[in-house]
Design a protein. Structure first.
Length: 186
């Protein structure tokens, strides 16, 4: 059985800043959410580290993982949408990255093809990993699981943040939709 816990709850680090979107049909592997603060604000600037491709996708820069933030257009508060060095199956179980590389990831503002810089933000996380079946026996008596970094995390949080794919779609004020992240993370 796939990770329905993740599908129903979405990434733990996004809790409180995302409104879950239900598509009407029963989702087996995909969680969808719309970035929206508790006061209902849903317009953001995007800041990222990575390479911006011709098709507007943000990708890793060489072997350094991408990172994407959304910034509240009024308060300037930033919200982490994805850090491929910390989030997803590979970052949690398979790969580690030198801290000196990660600390050098300087953020740039994102402008879409029309020069727009303010967006509504839609997120999707995909949960194809059967965490309980594959890793349940490795959970300690306190309910924590040891990541590849040696850090321990609550197993329910691992199931939420250990998605195997993640995407970000933005919509500018004119209604133009752009997929800016499509990451395979397992």
């Amino acid at each position: 059985m796939m990770n329905l816990f993740g599908v129903h709850n979405g990434p733990a680090y996004l809790e409180g800043i995302v409104q879950k979107v239900t598509a009407g049909e029963n989702q087996e592997v995909e969680w969808k959410g719309k970035l929206q603060t508790k006061d209902g604000h849903d317009k953001f600037h995007i800041f990222y580290y990575g390479d911006l491709m011709e098709d507007d996708l943000i990708t890793w820069q060489d072997s350094t993982p991408l990172i994407v933030y959304a910034e509240h257009t009024v308060t300037g508060e930033r919200y982490l949408l994805i850090d491929a060095a910390k989030h997803g199956y590979d970052a949690m179980l398979c790969e580690t990255y030198p801290e000196e590389e990660l600390s050098k990831r300087s953020l740039r503002p994102y402008l879409d093809v029309e020069g727009e810089d303010t967006f509504k933000v839609h997120l999707s996380a995909f949960y194809n990993v059967p965490w309980d079946e594959e890793f349940g026996e490795d959970v300690d008596e306190d309910g924590t699981y040891e990541l590849i970094t040696g850090d321990c995390m609550d197993f329910n949080q691992v199931k939420r943040d250990g998605y195997d794919a993640f995407s970000i779609r933005i919509v500018n004020r004119k209604g133009v939709k752009t997929e800016i992240v499509q990451e395979e993370l397992a």
